[in-house]
Design a binder for this molecule. Structure first.
Ligand SMILES: [Ca+2]
Ligand SMILES: [Ca+2]
Length: 335
């Protein structure tokens, strides 16, 4: 019996073969990818790059230092860095690196500097490249700590100077792609670090007081102070009518025999405490709140004035209170 396969059966076999080959290829590829992934990372090291302090405020012209730190956890015993490269940028509008101030990488633990940008390169581009290496593979900085606490490397100390006032905080950003930033350990394995950008703000250097801003805070004293008796002539007792007007700190009292005294709200020294006195008080009060000086002899509505208490020597609401009190007495006496 001839066992010839017909066209249909051949076709089915070919399809099955293609499927089997495809599946095999897919399994192989997945395996290779896993291998690659193992090679791309080192043995579980968590690396992070950040600036310390994370945030700073500078005044214009002021210089402050940021430390570029790298932190490592989970490294294996004896694990070191062979190579370090990072790049980050700042705005040349607001910051610069002061001239002759170079980036300090002396504490990094690397003994070979491939590239560290100085002030001229950094200030023209706004980019800082730091590229360091071990002089011999395996003699770079150790990233393993037996106690399990993170290893902190101070890779670089960078001094920035405030150039112009910013509106709020601006970033100091790491370039995180593998082309610009690479960390390689002593087994030639890449580490993929986490990056934390820093930030800064620049504020004006000096606070200038605007003399036109806001109302004056000092209450003007319209008369010479009596708190210094050696300078100001000692005023005579207010009951003494014969004083020289130029030396007064309080208005003279009403003549003896007046029905109401000045201390009783009688501004014009007639026989009444009425709305005329209120009108005088209001006029002088208006001048007082507008800081107009009224000579003592003319300050006739200063009812509570005391030559020894400067706080009474003005026409204010205390004097109004006195007028009101005696005005009601006067009105009641009339009825
Ligand atoms: Ca009066
Ligand atoms: Ca007064």
């Amino acid at each position: 019996m001839a066992t010839r396969l017909n066209t249909k059966q051949i076709f089915a076999l070919v399809i099955a073969l293609i499927l089997i080959l495809g599946l095999y290829a897919a399994i192989r590829l997945a395996g290779q990818e896993q291998e690659l992934r193992k090679k791309a990372a080192s043995s579980g090291v968590q690396a992070s790059l950040h600036l310390i302090p994370l945030q700073q405020t500078l005044t214009v012209g002021e210089t402050k230092e940021f430390e570029l730190q790298a932190t490592f956890t989970g490294a294996e015993s004896g694990e070191r860095l062979d190579y370090f490269r990072t790049e980050f940028n700042f705005s040349t509008l607001y910051l610069d690196i002061p001239p002759d101030t170079y980036i300090d990488v002396s504490q990094s633990g690397f003994n070979r500097i491939f590239r560290v940008d100085g002030p001229i390169a950094a200030n023209s581009s706004g980019n800082i490249v730091i590229e360091l290496g071990a002089s011999v593979p395996g003699n770079g900085p150790l990233v393993y700590n037996q106690s399990g606490t993170p290893v902190v490397l101070t890779i670089a100390k960078i001094k920035f100077r405030g150039k112009a006032v910013t509106s709020g905080f601006k970033p100091l950003s790491f370039l995180t792609d593998k082309f610009n930033s690479q960390l390689v350990n002593n087994q030639s394995l890449y580490l993929s670090p986490q990056y934390a950008d820093g930030s800064y703000q620049v504020v004006a250097g000096t606070v200038t007081l605007n003399p036109t801003a806001g109302p004056p805070t000092v209450t003007p004293v319209p008369l010479p102070s009596t708190t210094e008796p050696t300078v100001t002539p000692v005023p005579l007792p207010s009951t003494e009518p014969s004083v020289t007007p130029g030396n007064l700190v309080c208005p003279p009292p009403c003549p003896v025999g007046t029905a109401y005294t000045r201390a009783q709200g009688n501004a014009n020294c007639d026989s009444a405490v009425d709305l005329i006195d209120f009108g005088i008080w209001l006029d002088q009060f208006t001048k007082y709140v507008n800081y107009e000086t009224i000579a003592a002899a003319s300050r006739t509505a200063d009812f509570n004035c005391s030559s020894t208490d400067v706080s009474t020597q003005g026409v204010d609401l205390n004097d109004f209170g006195i007028w009101l009190y005696y005005f009601s007495q006067y009105v009641n006496a009339q009825t």
